[in-house]
Ligand binder design. Structure first.
Ligand SMILES: [Zn+2]
Ligand SMILES: [Zn+2]
Length: 546
């Protein structure tokens, strides 16, 4: 039963059932598109699992990325079952559950890459694979009617940064024995050739760090432990010290370091309080926020609103991360701020590789299909066109003896001795969550209606002079369905003060970046209104350019 990640990018989740036993593979989230106003994250609909809660034995995780573990805090609230995963994966999960006050009642069971466990009718082997974070596994699940392989996310890196290889032998072994069904990662099916090894980023990044006239700010995903390790080693070779900036960056580095999966030479790290005075020629800063998430470190640095880091002329900025589709506008706006400060900005591979993907390209996908030679094949982890192309590739290779099933979320497949069959669709879809209140919203409309009926709407209207960046007049606060009659006027004038203060304390660049200024105003007003009225009205800042 595919519950997420098939036909869309993110929130991967798949349930496997044999008789009375259900095992869930991954529990991911995705970030909402901009039009899902006020929604913080999106998770899979688990109605099917709730209806069959007596049979759900466990959630098994392939690796620590958000699109595979991010929904756990929400799902565990409804369905507290044991969670299996490798060490690094579970460390990140623990952190997440701790923040949600769920850790105490959670059952986390660590497995080693290469290890085996039994859950109900299933015997599961965790096959080591290479990907853009550490401790990643594929699953070989032995069922009474055959072996099912789920690749998780993978690429076939021949020279992994941590020297822990992709276990090709395991896949070949299962292929020889016979595999009932293969579920495989389709992300990069549009890319010909092989995905370069993680080590491929070293020469160019090293060159940039060696020749950088002043400090280097490099941003990558906080979960890219391989990348972080290599950057630390580069820094050591070129005589720079490193600093870590950003909540997830600091936290993940600490976790990986404590697990002995990140080597940081003694005396290599610059403390936050020493950053401002440190010789920029000897400094390399690893910062989170590569996707220009609002209020993340790199976004703040870009508009000169970071406590510790300022970009000056001739500083070097390296974006060592994929630009996730949908984030282009925000990222390029952020980079524009860097360019305005006359920084040397590098964000693509045009003059040398500064980022490599963690997903298999066509030749690796073919290699895997050829090794496993499954009876049935189901492309997963991709948008529809990617699933389609992956299916077409398998067809062309001719290594699949049974069915190639192009399916999307909610379309169950039943495997029997006779073949693979599509069954009656089950409930599947997106659940929208406001992480502030931890409430689930079936549909954004429902949430908006609820907000409007209970807490109303607050619209701060700010008129900004396009040329000077100054406020043209006092902000207007329009409210509907909100405010008790007695202290209404007081709250409105307080809200106006909050807007004035937020605007006043923002710097010129922030003031011209309306998405930043809106987000700041929304956050500050939310806090103020919640504190004084315990209500959570819908806040929709409007900026009028005059
Ligand atoms: Zn991944
Ligand atoms: Zn993924």
């Amino acid at each position: 039963m595919p519950l997420g990640g098939l036909g869309e990018f993110g929130m991967n989740m798949l349930a496997l059932r044999y008789g009375e036993d259900i095992v869930v593979i991954d529990a991911g989230m995705m970030f909402p598109e901009a039009e899902l106003l006020g929604v913080d994250i999106v998770i899979p609909d688990i109605t099917y699992l709730k209806q069959n809660r007596e049979q759900v034995r466990a959630i098994v995780l392939t690796h620590a990325h958000e699109d595979h573990i991010g929904a756990l805090p929400y799902i565990l609230r409804e369905l507290n079952v044991p969670i299996y995963g490798t060490r690094f994966t579970l460390s990140l999960v623990s952190k997440r559950l701790e923040e949600a006050a769920l850790l105490e009642n959670a059952t986390l069971r660590e497995v080693l890459p290469g290890g085996k466990i039994e859950i109900g009718a299933f015997a599961i082997e965790f096959i080591p694979v290479t990907h853009s974070t550490i401790d990643c596994v594929a699953l070989a699940i032995r069922t009474p009617i055959g072996v099912v392989i789920h690749t998780g996310d993978f690429k076939i890196d021949q020279t992994p940064a941590d020297d822990r290889p992709f276990d090709l032998h395991a896949f070949a072994r299962y292929g020889q024995e016979g595999v009932l069904a293969l579920f495989s990662d389709s992300t990069n099916v549009e890319r010909p050739g092989f995905t370069p090894s993680e080590r491929a980023v070293v020469p160019r990044i090293e060159e940039l760090c060696r020749t950088a006239p002043r400090k280097v700010v490099l941003s990558c995903f906080a979960s890219s432990i391989h990348r972080i390790q290599q950057v630390i080693e580069i820094a050591e070779r070129v005589g720079r010290k490193v600093a870590f900036v950003g909540r997830s960056m600091v936290s993940n580095v600490e976790i990986a370091h404590s697990l002995d999966r990140l080597r940081i030479p003694d005396g290599m790290v610059v403390r936050p309080q020493d950053l401002r005075s440190f010789d920029p020629k000897k400094l390399l800063i690893l910062a989170g926020g590569s996707q220009a998430e609002p209020l993340s470190s790199l976004s703040r640095i870009a508009v000169d609103n970071h406590r510790l880091v300022t970009i000056e002329e001739n500083d070097t900025v390296i974006l060592s991360a994929r630009i996730i589709p949908g984030n282009e506008r925000a990222i390029f706006r952020m980079l524009d701020h860097m360019f305005r400060r006359n920084a040397l900005v590098y964000y693509d591979n045009s003059a040398g590789i500064i980022h490599v993907s963690g997903h298999a390209s066509q030749e690796e996908q073919k290699l895997l299909l050829g090794l496993v030679r499954p009876r049935h094949f189901i492309p997963i982890h991709g948008e529809y066109r990617q699933l389609f192309r992956h299916a077409a590739m398998a067809h062309q290779l001719g290594v699949v003896s049974g069915e190639i099933l192009l399916i999307e979320n909610g379309q169950p497949i039943e495997f029997t001795a006779q073949g693979a069959f599509r069954r009656e669709p089950i409930a599947a879809g997106r659940v929208l969550v406001d992480s502030g209140s931890l409430e689930e919203i079936e549909e954004v409309v429902v949430r908006d209606r609820k907000h409007l009926s209970e807490d109303g709407v607050v619209v701060p209207i700010i008129a900004i002079d396009k040329h000077t960046g100054k406020m043209e007049s006092l902000p207007e606060i329009v409210t509907r369905g909100f405010l008790p009659a007695d202290d209404g006027a007081e709250i409105v004038s307080g809200a106006r003060d909050v807007v004035l203060r937020t605007f006043g304390s923002s710097n010129p660049e922030e003031k011209t970046d309306y998405s930043v200024i809106k987000e700041k105003i929304r956050n500050d007003l939310k806090r103020y209104i919640n504190k004084h009225t315990s209500k959570r009205p819908l806040i929709l800042p409007v900026i009028l350019e005059v």
